[in-house]
Design a binder for this molecule. Sequence first.
Ligand SMILES: C[S@@+](CC[C@H](N)C(=O)[O-])C[C@H]1O[C@@H](n2cnc3c(N)ncnc32)[C@H](O)[C@@H]1O
Length: 412
Amino acid sequence: MIDTTTALDPAVYLEVEPRTVPAPARASWPLPEPTLAYFPDVRFASDRDLGATAPGRDGVAGDAGRSDAERSDAGSSDAGRSDTVADDFGHVPVLLDRCVDLLTPALTRGAADGSGAVLVDATLGAGGHSERFLTDLPGLRVIGLDRDPSALRIARDRLAGFGSRFTAVRTRYDGIAAALDECGYAAAQSIDGVLFDLGVSSMQLDRTERGFSYAADAPLDMRMDPDLPLTAADILNTFDARDIAKILRDFGDERFAARIAAQVVRRREQQPLHRTGELVELLYEAIPAPARRTGGHPAKRTFQALRVAVNAELESLRAALPAALGALVPGGRAVVMSYQSLEDKIVKTVFAEATASRSPAGLPVELPGHEPEFIAVTRGAERADGAEIERNPRSAAVRLRAVQRVTGKGRA
Ligand SMILES: C[S@@+](CC[C@H](N)C(=O)[O-])C[C@H]1O[C@@H](n2cnc3c(N)ncnc32)[C@H](O)[C@@H]1O
């Protein structure tokens, strides 16, 4: 049986840890094939990757195959633009202006400066989105959640100037109700906006020692929260082949899941797997050569699957979204940005249920009290445009969806 559920006290306040300067991720061995962009922010030592094109949008090539020089050129042309500058905090916020456009109406219903309104940034990261809201709306209160203590430390430093208008809470985002309680708010209908910017941040990828990136040799860790009991190495070295294959198939859509799992088990009988580099080498052996040349880097799907399993990402999201929607007051809005289809599917399903009528099917009119609780604010999933993808390749994969609460008893 697979048990990837992770236990975490949902509202533990941040413990400060010493500041370390993130080292950029570099491949320490030659990467033999074009390396595409599930993790667009990794940097490559191998010039054999330079011809790669990422599965960008609208024909726009991604960044993964570009040299460091090309990347910095793109970055420098953005000087002075708040949504593009790769600042000291290591992560460029995605669709920043769009998030502001979508959430501001909900945050300024009471006062133009956001006074009295509360925004929960459920994926605080480096605090880029939060900083913009706190700056634009000088009366707004922001509660930022993250499970990664190093992200919380960076965001707390960055946002310290906003004083008591900003509170950081270390929690998985499905601990939103407990976090709100700690901050003095009810779990139901007490906040005006909530933002989810899912996945890993650029600084998590850049810290090679955390093992998120297949482009750098590092311990097979992949925990967003270093206190979690399970690492990627634990999965590979202790789960049986069937369960490993299931993880790779379900969370990475890896069609060679069974072959890879069998290879992992054979390999660990000789020597356990400890390093990302060992896993990448094994994947090159397990995946047939013709398949390695299509569909992105051969390690992409396996790394995604392990990260999702280690961090129980999908369970967490499935529990968090209904809780976050339940916390919104009438007029309040939720914006969610996903970067892979499994997450977007969950968002789409939860939002479809929230915006569905509860009247029995076939009735010509809505039964009183059975109206949908939410309306969609976006049509389908919005994506970044070519210009943003060019400036910030991480945005190539984004799918943004937003809803607004229209019924309820909370503060209107
Ligand atoms: C893409 S980054 C957010 C970046 C942020 N919007 C910014 O502008 O700096 C996502 C963050 O969400 C955090 N995260 C991912 N899954 C989480 C979960 N289940 N609970 C809490 N935080 C999570 C990660 O640790 C990471 O710091």
